[in-house]
Design a binder for this molecule. Structure first.
Ligand code: PTJ
Length: 270
């Protein structure tokens, strides 16, 4: 398929470019077909939060970075969508936090694993866990493909970052005592609700932000990092994230007549 040129002044350029990245990822076997649908659901929620990193999300991202930096054995789990959208930022975050990258796929296919591994190495990764040539161990609480994990990665991790997850795995990881951080644009998803820290934001914006935060916080004393994690309240975070969506919807409804008026006078919006 030929890549379309998105005009620089297109009002929805960022969103369209992100779509292109996901489509390309699908064509090169990184992204599962279901990953395209998952992305569409994410886009809809992103629209509802105003396609921006809210203050709440920035606070959650800070707590997430504090948890990764203060962990004994942190791991970053990588699926097709995350790899296609933010490969370089994932590698950087992994390096600063000393958190190995582990491929863990719901829709497992050897060609997808190979494509993701190649993309991570091309993005600068020196090591990738969770591949077929490595030992594996089983999470008994889980029946999907994701039950196979790397003993040097998720198998022995205390803190795991699982961007864009399915609820079953988060539930299983919690059942075996892991501290789970997720990034999910839907604050009502099972993953969002079961996790210890949920960053309600688009991975495209927030993984680069987490890289910046990790650089800034990497020399913080452990006590300070633990304190940041302890003071974070995920229930409050999720309640307020849903409220942001409701407020945004209410404001958008009021705004419709104004947008129609502007459109009629030739002013474009998003
Ligand atoms: O690569 P695989 O085989 O491991 O499969 C990955 C997918 C994403 C297909 C799989 O994990 C899946 O089916 O996920 P779900 O259950 O559809 O959940 C995905 C969640 O991520 C949904 O709640 C979406 O709203 C959210 N989401 C989608 N795109 C983004 C996102 N959250 C943050 N940033 C995004 N860009």
């Amino acid at each position: 398929m030929t890549k379309i040129e998105i005009p620089p002044d297109h009002p929805r350029r960022v969103s369209l470019e992100t779509r292109e990245a996901i489509i390309e990822g699908h064509e090169s076997h990184i992204v599962a077909t279901a990953g395209l649908l998952a992305h569409g659901r994410g886009e809809a929620f992103d629209y509802l939060i105003g396609e921006r990193t809210t203050e709440l999300a920035a606070t959650a991202a800070r707590a997430a970075v504090a948890a990764l930096l203060s962990a004994k054995h942190p791991v970053i789990s990588v699926n097709g969508n995350a790899c296609s959208l933010v490969p370089e930022a994932l590698v950087e975050l992994s390096e600063i936090c000393g958190a190995p990258l582990e491929i863990n796929l719901f829709y497992y296919m050897k060609e997808r694993e190979d494509a993701i591994k190649a993309a991570l190495f091309a993005a600068g990764a020196k090591e990738v866990l969770g591949t077929k040539d490595r030992p594996s161990t089983i999470i008994p609480e889980l029946s999907s493909n994701r039950r196979k994990v790397d003993p040097d990665g998720i198998g022995s991790a205390d803190v795991i970052l699982v961007p864009l997850e399915d609820g079953d795995r988060t539930e299983a990881l919690k059942a075996i005592g892991k501290f789970v951080i997720t990034i999910d644009l839907n604050p009502m998803s099972r993953t969002a609700v079961y996790s210890d820290i949920t960053v309600v934001d688009n991975i495209v914006r927030v993984i680069p932000l987490m890289v910046e935060l990790a650089r800034e916080m990497k020399d913080f004393p452990k006590d300070t990092l633990h304190e940041i994690v302890k003071n974070f309240d995920n229930t409050e975070n999720l309640d307020n994230s849903v409220r942001i969506i409701m407020d945004h919807l209410a404001a958008s409804a009021i705004d419709i007549s104004e947008r129609r008026r502007k459109f009629e006078t030739g002013v474009r919006d998003q």
